[in-house]
Design a protein. Structure first.
Lengths: 340, 415
């Protein structure tokens, strides 16, 4: 990691300085009390800090969904358009378990395992039969997502579901960030929902976990080798099919896991599958298909764009996301972190 | 052998022709509702209303059997047009019940003008201009619309609650425009304020409201919220999560059963939120109680109490069936007699008498309500007041009402 950073600084000194300045500016804007002229120009500080945090935490949620998506694509060159359905399936299964046992964490675990199993079934029963036929795989996954959406609508109806996380995860906490100083001299601190911070922590943990898994373990090494050259890997005696199944299970399981997290932070309803599939697609297009770090950067950018759009120009906020996608496609078609 | 073959052929031909002949005598009714997207739960309840009315008539009207064909949209105008075209042009329905959402209604009204031989009855869509400006001859709306639904709420917020300055949070399309207009028009005329930059318009299906919540101003007395379905559930949860403490004023579908009856964490902090609309869960009237009883019996997995969508679809379907009975199922001559009967129709609904004006929009009673906790922990809308027979121009003349201008993000300005 440190070496990568040093390389970057040496190769792009100018951009490294710009990046540092931007980060410093953001930190200053978060912790300093805003003078009147800034409030005049940008609105209240509370809005800005909250929006920034919302963008980062939403980015965390997008990363959880998109990391599985990009992992599967990276290894198998297979755009799994049923990824959104796995998100929704995980959310519903998690809800059923959490509702019946009263244990939210159990719901989270079961959602991961159950959706990972469904991913294994999908890989063994369907994708293995049509390896190396991208168009067929794409069409089949679209078909599966449509059938799954209708089946889930039949079972869970169109009602909106909401998880009940443990009480210590619900509610707001006070951040050590001053919003305004009242005329009496008392400082008003910013409040923020606890669960969203938890989402961010989980996303960071999953990100680090995936990085360690891919870069520091034997299986991770096989996966990376498979990404670079599948034929070579199987020629050197590795059971590639088994690696595929494992990756598919992890990718699908992460989607199901994200379903419970996202369903708790926001809510579960029909149509979520398409929404998160679209979000994942935009995230990996911006970040670069097949790259975990690309998914993290893409998710962060899209999450921030969505939230700042919503807070500062709500009517046209949606455009911002796609504007970013268009710019990235025009300037760097392989995505920010994508290889050639 | 040859004879037997002919006999067989004839039998087969007859058995095939049999139902086809009978089908020609049936009346085909199309029902269009949002069975996809953020408003799915609402659309499902709308169809419950259609079925309730049909079952009441045993699927018979004017001596003919009614065949129901459903179509699905996702609350966007183009999906509604796709679905209604399929119903009219492929399934050859003779009348359509629907759509559900405001902008869908505007689109279907324009489509109705191109299909003069089919009669359209609204589902629950409640944008003002569906019937107010350039209405279609063959589009009837037996439910009241968004501005009518707000009758009495602006006055109540100003006089009884004492609010003087409100922020607005609503979805960005024709129905919430209509609701905001209906609420603000009397509120601002009394002297209330709602600055243009304190009005937040979000797209339908938006999930994450935390940034909008952070941007809400502190110096207002209350927030008028006009969101529906999953959008409203998301907002209410996130508002509670972020420790929001401003009182809310609810749009008609923001605190109705499709939101209060959703699964999961109880939203008890909305208790006391005033709202207004075409139904009230606890209205102490035998007609309403009978309707609620029939709904609960027919749909044990429905909401605890029928939502305004079930009610609106029920009323429109029932109007169609009553008019069909009146003309003995005569839909000849471009359904002329049927439409005349509809125009003159005045009938008892679960919420009182309903009739239509000269632009075929309903005149009906409106309920001023407040969210309260029911006996078994359900949240219900308690009746505070019934405002009798509200018409679309809210009591003033048609020409004067047009001067208020088209509903939109900045109408009324109310600075």
């Amino acid at each position: 990691m440190a070496r990568v950073m040093r390389n970057f600084v040496e190769r792009h000194t100018f951009w490294a300085i710009v990046l540092l300045l931007v980060v410093a500016l953001f930190l200053l804007m978060i912790f300093a009390v805003w003078p009147d002229w800034l409030v005049e120009a940008m609105g209240r500080k509370k809005t800005f800090v909250n929006t920034l945090l919302n963008g980062i935490t939403l980015g965390g949620l997008y990363f959880l969904v998109a990391s599985g998506f990009t992992l599967i694509f990276g290894l198998m060159r297979n755009v799994n358009l049923a990824h959104g359905s796995m998100y929704l399936l995980g959310a519903y299964i998690g809800y059923e378990v959490a509702d019946r046992t009263g244990n939210w964490f159990l719901g989270l675990a079961v959602a991961f395992v159950a959706v990972a199993l469904s991913g294994i079934l999908l890989q063994v029963l369907i994708f293995r039969r049509m390896a190396d036929d991208d168009l067929r795989q794409t069409l089949v996954t679209i078909g599966i997502s449509i059938i799954a959406a209708d089946a889930m609508l039949a079972i869970w109806t169109g009602t909106t579901y909401q998880f009940s996380p443990p009480d210590w995860l619900f509610g707001a906490t006070t951040l050590p960030v001053v919003s305004v100083v009242k005329s009496s001299g008392a400082a008003v601190y910013i409040k923020y929902p606890v669960f969203r911070l938890v989402v961010l922590a989980i996303a960071v943990a999953v990100g680090i976990g995936l990085w360690v898994f891919l870069n520091r373990t034997r299986i991770g090494m096989m996966i990376r080798a498979g990404v670079n050259d599948r034929e070579m890997l199987s020629a050197s005696g590795v059971n590639v099919q088994l690696v595929f199944v494992l990756v598919f299970a992890i990718g699908a399981g992460l989607a199901g896991f994200a379903g419970v997290i996202g369903g708790t932070a926001l809510s579960v309803a029909p149509g979520e599958d398409i929404r998160y599939l679209l979000a994942s697609l935009v995230v990996v297009i911006v970040g670069g298909l097949g790259s975990i770090s690309g998914a993290a950067i893409g998710a962060l950018i899209i999450g921030l764009a969505e939230q700042f759009g919503l807070a500062y120009f709500p009517t046209y906020g949606v455009v911002l996301t796609f504007l970013i996608m268009v710019v990235v496609l025009a300037v760097r078609p392989q995505g920010l972190m994508g290889g050639r | 052998m040859g004879k037997l073959k002919h006999l067989l052929a004839a039998t087969v031909a007859l058995s095939l022709a049999g139902p086809a002949v009978a089908a020609a005598e049936d009346i085909k009714m199309g029902a269009l509702a949002t069975l996809e997207g953020a408003f799915t739960a609402l659309g499902e309840d709308g169809l419950r209303g259609v079925k309730l009315a049909l079952e009441e008539f045993d699927y018979m009207a004017g001596g003919k059997k009614i065949e129901l064909i459903t179509g699905s949209s996702d609350a966007s105008p183009d999906s509604a047009i796709r679905a209604v075209r399929k119903l009219v042009e492929q399934d050859k329905v003779q009348l359509v019940i629907g759509p559900l959402s405001g902008s869908e209604g505007l689109a279907v009204k324009d489509y109705a003008k191109t299909q003069p031989n089919v009669t359209f009855l609204n589902g629950s869509s409640a944008a003002q201009d569906t019937t107010l400006r350039s209405p279609a001859e063959n589009f009837f709306r037996f439910n009241t619309e968004g501005a009518q639904w707000m009758a009495g709420l602006g006055e109540y917020a100003y006089n009884e609650k004492g609010y003087r300055n409100v922020a607005v949070l609503a979805e960005d399309y024709s129905f919430p425009y209509t609701q905001v207009f209906g609420f603000l028009e009397p509120f601002c005329r009394l002297g209330g304020k709602s600055a243009i930059d304190a009005r937040f318009w979000v797209p339908i299906g938006n999930k994450d409201y935390s940034s909008v919540i952070a941007a809400l101003p502190d110096d207002v007395d209350a927030i008028f919220v006009a969101l529906g379905g999953a959008d409203a559930v998301n907002f209410l949860t996130q508002y509670e999560q972020s420790g929001g403490d401003l009182p809310l004023i609810g749009g008609s579908i923001t605190v109705d059963q499709s939101v209060l009856g959703s699964k999961g964490k109880a939203r008890s902090f909305v208790v006391g939120t005033p709202s207004a609309g075409p139904v009230s869960d606890t209205w102490d009237d035998p007609r309403w109680k009978e309707f609620v009883g029939a709904y609960q019996k027919a749909f044990p997995d429905g909401f605890p109490s029928p939502s305004l969508f079930a009610h609106a679809y029920y009323v429109n379907t029932k109007a169609a069936l009553l008019a069909l009975n009146e003309v003995n199922g005569d839909l000849s001559d471009g359904e002329k007699k049927f439409r005349e009967a509809l125009s003159k129709l005045s009938f008892e609904t679960p919420t009182g008498m309903v009739s239509v004006d000269e632009r075929r929009n309903a005149i009906a009673d409106i309920f001023l309500t407040e969210v309260s906790e029911g006996p078994d922990g359900n949240l219900l809308n308690k009746t505070i007041k019934v405002i009798p027979q509200v018409n679309q121009t809210l009591g003033v003349s048609y020409d004067k009402f047009l001067e208020y201008g088209q509903v939109g993000r900045e109408n009324p300005t109310c600075g």
